[in-house]
Design a protein around this ligand. Sequence first.
Ligand code: HEC
Length: 286
Amino acid sequence: MNARRRRIARCWAGSIATLALAMVTIAFAAADDPEADRTRMIQFFEARFPDMPLEDYVYGAMISSPDARAQYEQIMEFPPFLNDLDAGRKIWEKPFANGRTFADCFPNGGHSVVGNYPYYDERAKQVVTFERALNRCLEDNGEAPMRYGEREPMGVLTAYARTLSDGMRMNIEVQSSEARAHYEAGRDLFFRRIGQLNAACAGCHMHLAGRIMRMEIISPALGHATHWPIFRAGEELMTFQGRFNRCMEQMRAVPYGYDSVEWNDLEYFLSYLSNGLPLQSSVFRK
Ligand code: HEC
């Protein structure tokens, strides 16, 4: 780690909000371990949204809008994307050429597993997201991997497979020093100012959470990891990392791209922050 990285890591660092390019610098206290980060993040939002039950953070921007939440509950009674889940189920169940299926690659037949992803694979020395695990499953069975970020087959497959873990609580572990380095790289990225707007993820998803920007309420980072993929307007399937790409474009920066080391590290960090929150995948978003 170079001196700059170390300094950033040490001070859980300054981030910038960009409404009207206003610069709002905040400093979190010295970073110790991931659990301290998570506690600090919870405290930050407790101060911001007093009386908000922790579990409600899975609703993202809707925590600030009872109307949007009511509309959400109504749409989720008969989600307009059930066909996509069904298409995903067919892929999940279709045997590979060798007769095995995706379910054979996961403990418990793939039920209640997603809350353990991403995890740090000590042997392969990489952060493994659930999407990457699906591709590993294909490769281990002599099948061609899927392209990340495509609606089919990867998108609809994850839309179905992730629902098998609905209700599980996020349970990300950061155990070794190598795992910790990836977690910290993700954290650095979250707080780093990038792009032509000189904005940081934290600028919007901490400091402007609950505020309205371009007709959209901004969601808090706490709870960001619990509900992927989303169906925007009930139709556009967007994965967690697809959303990172979209936000990075909005920051006028070139997105790192699906399954990049940067996005996987960021997903690792954000997922850790959501530890303890219940998963509900494949949900409506505005
Ligand atoms: C300029 C403000 C801005 C910045 C900077 C920004 N975002 Fe966003 N982000 C938004 C808006 C607006 C939305 C859509 C409303 C919402 O928050 O759900 C959004 C949505 C999201 C969501 C989806 C939340 C949900 O529940 O559907 C995630 C996850 C996310 N952003 C992550 C990031 C990450 C990671 C970064 C940094 C790479 C980032 N954002 C930077 C404005 C921003």
